[in-house]
Write a protein that binds this ligand. Sequence first.
Ligand code: GH3
Ligand code: MG
Ligand code: MG
Length: 392
Amino acid sequence: MPGEAPAGHGAAVAGAATATAGARPAAPERVVPSPTAVPEVPRETPGPEGRGRILIVDDHEDNIEVLRVRLESWGYGIDACFNGMEALAYVEKTPPDLILLDVMMPEISGIEVARRIKGNKALPFIPIIMQTALDSTEDKVEGLEAGADDYITKPIDFAELKARLRSMLRIKRLQEALEEREKELLEVNERLRFMSQTDGLTGLDNRRHLNDRIDEMFQHAQRLNEPFSLAMCDLDKFKSVNDTYGHQAGDEVLKQLARILKDEAREIDRVGRYGGEEFMFLLPGTVLDAAVTFAERVRKRIEANTFTFDGGTLQRTASFGVSGWPHPTITDSDALVRTADDALYVAKETGRNRVIRYDGDEFNEHQSSHDGADAATRPDFSAADAGDPSQR
Ligand code: GH3
Ligand code: MG
Ligand code: MG
């Protein structure tokens, strides 16, 4: 049986004529031509579709040999398989540029081979030209339905075969160019998406992305009835860094601060730059108490950190406002941001380098003692005008 061809033969093998005919007793009786029996054909240069590797699948060695000599003379590289199973294994290992596939083969027919190759999504597009008998319309229809791209009738007219090979290889090249373009587009898209969500200076989520995430995470928390906290962090007296050491030193401090914040956040948290020197943590599954403890830890780490820049070092502190859901007055993500911002404001007002919890004792004391008196003069820590660093 052809399927019992010796192991290693499946590699298949150019030089089909060298295969062991004795191992294939079921093959019809025929004369195996010696290499000299196939007339030499003058070499040609390949067409504009270029050279390609063509796999000939045929259970008749002499057919393979005739085709091989002709196709090689047209500039193609040739491999050959003697049966369907061998062809399937071979194509999976080394996908050719085109397959010239005999329909009538023992065990599995060419039609089945075409069906399996076209059904294998891991393979690239490989044009298949079926070789069918002149009178077998049924084979042609079935072959095309199985996924073959074209057919050629036996006995093969070489001028026609040449034209069909060229046209199929041209389609293959066009397909490859399309896939390449598609890949490039996907990459560009991915880069654009990343850029639109990322703050250029720190590499953290930008404000737009944070806003999207807050909405999403807030809704998720409500759906699952899980706590969700938000912490705002604003560097204290940061303007003086720029004023004293220059804007570049300021940038360097922001970058180093971002690394600290990222390092402190858990995998499931999000940390982003909300505006100029104002950062935000989104802490899913975290109750307000735990968020306050977390913010306190980050505050201490910033306080203990020495920021370095070209020409010096400096220390800085940061203030935090923390808010969390569930809370009776917090019914949407905007309220969560606003209340954290209110708490941050109180942290600034009450001396900086502190963590203030929304609706906590200190927060409420401060609110009642001021009782809206400073609402008109209150600075905006939501950094609305500092959202895009390129605008400054
Ligand atoms: P406070 O303790 O009240 O927060 O005081 P502050 O000086 O930190 O706050 P203020 O809002 O007065 O100043 C913020 C400064 O942050 C001013 C602005 O130039 C600076 N800043 C914002 N974004 C950047 C940036 O990307 N790079 C640098 N170097 N500075 C920035
Ligand atoms: Mg500040
Ligand atoms: Mg600020």
